[in-house]
Design a protein. Structure first.
Lengths: 261, 356
């Protein structure tokens, strides 16, 4: 260690460090990009749309109609794009369990391959937002810029700490912890249910990457103040201080006025 | 006095036994017998209490050390993660809590367990006599007489003048809490400047928005062109001028006569400041077309020109009339037609002046 610390001011030390850093990031990138390539090659399978059509007819057509043209019970899916399918089916919101103010997140009913096939089928019906490239989901954007975009565009519904919040008549904006970057991105471009659409003309793909980076960063780091009590603001914090804080004060007053044995 | 603690009914005959003609008097029960503490009688217990007090003071010392170590040993550089800050915050808090609580609880325990605990009763003062009251009146009279305030009107009047003027500096100081907002609440940055219409730009980066960018179902958070370049009062201007821009199917909108041209192909812009107490109304539900205020749940219906359909707000959100300029960018054709945000004293007057 001593030898190392003596040589850290060596003129070549910076270069050595740089080389090491490049090697590590390059290696990681190579691993990541091969994974993405594997995804890319599988997602352009020609049979996907055909298989997806069969799945759709068997599972979705009751509400969305044959050929996804819509019916009394479900909207048309022509032009919603692969991103909408990947979000709705991938998070388990579709197929919907029952009618209600809002479709809930639940364990996905289709596996990854079936989801991809369904997405390919719906994408083949009309142009729409596609599933984002892996480069936009690498969580290496500018977290500070993402935080600013998040507070301007998302925080009013999803809460400044992304803990979610209530909307009107039983609807709500869900908490964003534990949601994959891909699903966050897809929700922004497609605007599922009552969420507004944040198209690339509104928030650029890089901006969306920054937002995902920010969300993943606050999720990984937690609250700087310690226990965040659900980040729900005065309700949970007030409840805690009224019960625990006043409880401690009462305990101290009893102790102060009691006689020692 | 009989012992009433057995709960037997209090018969009037048993109370007045002291004497038939005497008025019953409440007997002073005196101080209850002094009970010795364990530490008073048992030297071992006293030693134990002593150690407990010392332990509490010791915990205070440990708390202070924890604070100092957390403050100096945890280095917060430029690349500090939130986890490090959280650790330091937790240790600073725990350290301070122990440092303070240790001293406080130690002293209380010391006083309760070891310091002498003899009980003292203090006698009430005798009620003041008439002579005392007269003496006080005499003193006041003497003061009035000896100062000669009645005989010397010059001194009296200058004193009154000085006392009357003395609060003036306070007036000046409190005056600086102003100035009165006057007409500033009635206008926003959206008013065209030198005949040039202001473009709608994105919050926060200030890039202009093309009508084609606003797809159906979109919600844009909008600030006026030039806001980011302001050097002074930027936040005040932003607080009045923020706008939510949305696009719906044009058939869903039902503009009232005279307001047909305030939107553009289903694109409409409304003030984001709630007319109740001024929270930002930005929770837009793209299927129901409702806007919800997060503070008091006022709900506005976009398809009815942001009429209030629920909650305490009393007026619809003001609409910003918009159009498209020659380059395809959205512009505000005028300022809001009424003051934005919550009610204030002169609001009606300002609105009348605006429409006159």
């Amino acid at each position: 260690m001593k030898a190392l610390s003596q040589k850290r001011r060596h003129p070549l030390a910076a270069i050595a460090l740089l080389l090491m850093g490049l090697l590590v990031t390059g290696g990681l990138y190579a691993v990541a990009s091969t994974v993405n390539q594997a995804k890319a090659t599988t997602s352009t399978n020609a049979n996907d749309a055909e298989e997806g059509g069969k799945l759709f007819a068997a599972n979705c057509a009751t509400c969305h109609g044959m050929g996804a043209s819509g019916s009394q019970s479900g909207p048309s899916l022509v032009g919603v794009g692969a991103a909408a399918v990947d979000f709705q089916v991938g998070t388990g919101r579709m197929p919907m369990q029952m009618n209600g103010p809002q479709a809930y997140k639940k364990p996905a009913q289709f596996n990854e391959e079936q989801t991809r096939q369904l997405a390919a089928y719906v994408a083949s019906l009309g142009p729409g937002p596609s599933i984002p490239e892996a480069g936009l989901l690498d969580e290496k954007g500018d977290a500070a810029a993402g935080g600013e975009l998040f507070r301007t565009n998302c925080a009013m519904c999803h809460n400044a700490a992304a803990a979610g919040g209530a909307l009107t008549r039983g609807k709500f904006a869900p908490a964003l912890a534990g949601v994959s970057g891909q699903h966050i991105y897809e929700a922004m471009v497609t605007g599922p249910q009552n969420m507004p659409v944040f198209s690339d003309a509104n928030i650029s793909p890089e901006g969306k990457r920054d937002i995902i980076t920010f969300l993943k960063q606050i999720e990984a780091n937690g609250s700087p103040g310690g226990a965040d009590l659900g980040s729900l603001g005065p309700v949970s914090e007030g409840l805690f201080i009224w019960i625990a804080g006043l409880g401690v004060i009462i305990a101290f007053t009893i102790w102060l006025t009691s006689r020692t044995s | 006095m009989g012992n009433h603690s057995d709960g037997s009914p209090n018969h009037s005959g048993t109370v007045a036994t002291a004497g038939q003609n005497e008025v019953e008097k409440f007997q002073d029960p005196g101080i209850p017998p002094h009970r010795l503490r364990l530490a008073d009688t048992d030297p071992k217990a006293a030693k134990r209490a002593e150690r407990q007090v010392a332990l509490l003071f010791g915990s205070s010392v440990v708390g202070t050390l924890i604070f100092l170590v957390a403050y100096f040993a945890i280095d917060l550089g430029d690349d500090t993660s939130i986890a490090t800050i959280r650790l330091q915050n937790a240790l600073l808090g725990i350290g301070t809590a122990f440092a303070m609580l240790g001293i406080g609880t130690g002293i209380v325990h010391w006083a309760k367990a070891l310091m002498p605990d003899h009980e003292v009763s203090e006698e009430r003062h005798a009620i003041r006599t008439e002579e005392d009251r007269l003496a006080a009146v005499r003193i006041v009279d003497d003061i009035v007489e000896e100062t000669g305030i009645k005989r010397r009107p010059l001194i009296r009047n200058t004193l009154l003048g000085a006392v009357a003027l003395a609060p003036l500096p306070a007036l000046a100081v409190f005056g600086d809490l102003g100035p009165r907002p006057d007409n500033t609440l009635a206008h926003t940055m959206w008013a065209p400047q030198d005949g040039k219409l202001k473009r709608l730009t994105r919050d926060p980066d200030g890039t202009p928005i093309k009508a084609a960018d606003v797809t159906i179902g979109s919600a844009f958070h909008v600030i006026p062109e030039g806001l980011n370049e302001l050097h002074e009062g930027k936040l005040n201007e932003k607080a009045k001028a923020v706008v939510l821009l949305m696009r719906l199917n044009p058939e869903s909108l039902n503009p009232s006569p005279g307001r047909e041209n305030w939107g553009y192909n289903g694109i409409v812009a409304y003030s984001k400041i709630c007319t109740h107490v001024g929270c930002p109304v930005a929770l837009y539900e793209q299927q129901t077309h409702h806007l919800l205020c997060p503070c008091h749940q006022s709900t506005f219906d976009l398809t009815q020109e942001c009429k209030v359909i629920f909650g305490p707000a009393s007026r619809p959100l003001p609409q910003l009339p918009i159009a498209v300029d020659s380059e395809g960018y959205l512009v505000a054709t005028s300022d809001f037609k009424e003051p934005v945000g919550p009610s204030y004293w002169e609001r009606d007057e300002h609105e009348r002046n605006r429409n006159a």
